[in-house]
Design a protein around this ligand. Structure first.
Ligand code: CA
Length: 231
């Protein structure tokens, strides 16, 4: 299993630091938010293997953050809720709006690690290797793509953009989310995404009758067959 990419949304700096120390020992890559809105923003901009979300946050309640991530993020990301309030009502409302697991403070760091592993693994198992959109077929394990049963000769970056769009489809993915997914915190200075999208179109759409890759103005890109047919 590759190192997990985890977003920790926790307003208490000493708890955040303590958790980060334990999670980083596992070799996991951590991103942090100390406010609800900031965490939500990161979750909508990037793709994480797991989000650890504190329930009590100063600006936006953890339940609200969870609900928004679950309804607005392009890709389904598992959410582990942390709370000091050990009550059934909180657990029920947490699960009601889509939290995948729950941990009550104080907890053993070891338990957090085990739950993170289990959640990420369960999520990966549920994420199928094969994605089929119209006549496009992607095998995420082999990192190959076929259209109308013909193999697509994609570059590494082209494949990664296509796989990201396919995971989100039919929802669009913002330019900034794609750029972050491909280049992380060091995006290229030139508009490299534009030229990668151009060559992806040459391979994915040009030889075929129905274009799948759509540009959504002021937002980003989308893979869709249904709408393409109506154009
Ligand atoms: Ca808190």
């Amino acid at each position: 299993m590759r190192p997990l990419k985890i977003l920790l949304i926790e307003d208490n700096p000493s708890i955040a630091r303590q958790l980060a120390e334990f999670l980083e020992i596992e070799g996991w890559q951590m991103d942090f938010a100390h406010r609800g809105r900031q965490g939500l923003h990161l979750a909508l901009e990037q793709i994480f293997d797991l989000i650890i979300l504190d329930l009590g946050l100063p600006d936006m309640d953890g339940l609200k953050v969870c609900e928004k991530i679950k309804t607005q993020a392009a890709v389904n990301m598992p959410i582990l809720m942390l709370t000091a309030r050990d009550s059934i009502a909180d657990k029920e409302s947490g699960f009601g709006i889509g939290a995948d697991d729950y941990l009550c403070k104080p907890f053993e760091p070891r338990e957090l690690i085990l739950r993170c592993r289990a959640l990420a693994r369960r999520h990966q198992l549920h994420t199928s290797d094969e994605i089929q959109i119209g006549d496009l077929q992607i095998n995420q394990r082999q990192q190959t793509a076929y259209r109308d049963k013909q193999p697509l000769a994609l570059t590494t970056i082209g494949y990664r953009i296509l796989a990201l769009l396919a995971q989100a489809s039919p929802a669009p993915v913002s330019r900034s989310a794609i750029i972050h997914h491909i280049w992380g915190d060091e995006p290229p200075k030139t508009d490299a995404l534009k030229s990668h999208i151009y060559s992806l179109r040459q391979t994915l759409d040009k030889p075929f009758q129905v274009p799948m890759l759509k540009t959504i103005n002021n937002l980003g890109y989308q893979l869709d067959v249904a709408n393409a047919r109506n154009q």
